[in-house]
Design a protein. Structure first.
Length: 364
């Protein structure tokens, strides 16, 4: 009889512990991580959501796109984030990791566009740069005069690359590898300049040809080769990783007028009294140039939602609805005042229907 009472007591105690555990784990607020570029937009939406609904304002953390994806894809439990922001599209490797860890249904929402600014203090010299010059300034290795040969980057001053550029030390402050801005900068700016060399661009063409012919191994080798050339940033102090806080870069540019910084257009727009953007490939960075695609270093912005958390964490559907409302992301919405470049009318409608319909992303 004593054993029966003892077993019953253990069961009751275990149930009580589980109940307490569940109450501790359950959340009454939305947990958002990810991109520092999307952070200011998500923060404004979160504040508006809180005021409109009367619910708890979502917690927004700036972890960088890569860091956010790592947290988001770690698992499907309520202890993991509900949403991650990204300043580039989710990678197939990240999507597969999510799937492996039980994060099966992911809702993708493209919210608009942003340009990557190459900026310096308003007290510093004006910069009129090409993507080729950016590549030559920051690449770990650069092409020699002989096609097919690479040498360690010899340039120390901007004027070493082009006499028309300022005779100042190459010093660029930017985000770390975990940042979506860093990914986009490497893809759009550095690779764009890298491919002005025909022999390097040919490596990419050969990679595509190998892939079409079924030689996946060769295609992978060639892809790795051109990405190593185009995306590897020098480590001799010319590029300084500042972290995920874009406001910190702005402050450092204020203190050092000779340095350049890399961050999203929204931060340039919000700090236009302190910093100015460089002209890239003859195009000045502004709202119109990003919207019409003429500014060469621009990219789409996203956030991703775990469908399985909808209904478990209160307010997720309402948060999506607020973010995709015309009041927020429309042409005259409050996010455009913060520097977001909106999608076209048709694109916004399609994305809104997909997001609010909780349609899961399918990647191959």
């Amino acid at each position: 009889m004593k054993n029966i009472y003892k077993s019953t007591a253990v069961i009751i105690a275990s149930s009580a512990i589980m109940s307490i555990s569940n109450s501790v784990v359950a959340r009454d607020y939305i947990d958002v991580v990810g991109s520092s570029t999307v952070y200011p937009f998500a923060t404004v939406v979160a504040e508006t959501f809180g005021k409109k609904t009367g619910g708890k304002t979502p917690k927004i953390e700036s972890t960088g796109s890569g860091g956010g994806m790592k947290l988001f894809c770690a698992g499907n439990g309520i202890s993991t984030p509900d949403i991650t922001n990204a300043s580039r599209r989710i990678k197939l490797s990240e999507y597969n990791k999510c799937q492996k860890n039980g994060v099966k249904d992911i809702i993708e929402v493209m919210i608009g566009f942003d340009g990557i600014a190459i900026a310096n203090s308003k007290q510093g010299p004006a910069f009129n740069l090409t993507r080729r010059e950016l590549f030559l300034a920051l690449a770990k290795q650069v092409p020699n005069d002989q096609a097919g040969e690479l040498i360690d980057n010899p340039y120390t001053k901007w004027s070493d690359i082009n006499p028309a550029l300022p005779n100042t030390k190459i010093e660029v402050l930017g985000p770390p590898p975990t940042s979506g801005t860093r990914d986009a900068f490497a893809e759009l700016a550095l690779q764009g300049g890298c491919f002005t060399y025909d022999w390097i661009k040919q490596i990419k063409k050969d990679s595509k040809t190998a892939k079409k012919s079924g030689d996946k191994s060769l295609a992978s080798q060639l892809k790795k080769k051109y990405k190593t050339i185009c995306h590897s940033i020098r480590e001799d102090g010319s590029y300084v990783e500042v972290g995920e806080n874009d406001n910190l870069i702005v402050e450092k540019l204020r203190a050092n007028p000779k340095a350049l910084g890399v961050f999203g257009f929204s931060f340039l727009d919000q700090n236009s009294d302190v910093v100015k953007g460089a002209v890239i490939d003859g195009v000045k960075i502004d709202f119109e140039a990003i919207a019409d695609g003429s500014y060469p270093i621009s990219r789409p912005l996203y956030f991703y939602v775990k469908k399985s958390h909808v209904g478990k964490v209160p307010g997720i559907k309402e948060f999506i609805a607020e973010f995709t409302s015309e009041d927020a992301w429309g042409e005259d919405g409050y996010l455009t005042d913060k520097g977001l470049i909106p999608l076209s009318d048709d694109a916004r409608q399609k994305m809104s229907d997909s997001a609010n319909g909780l349609a899961p992303l399918k990647m191959q």
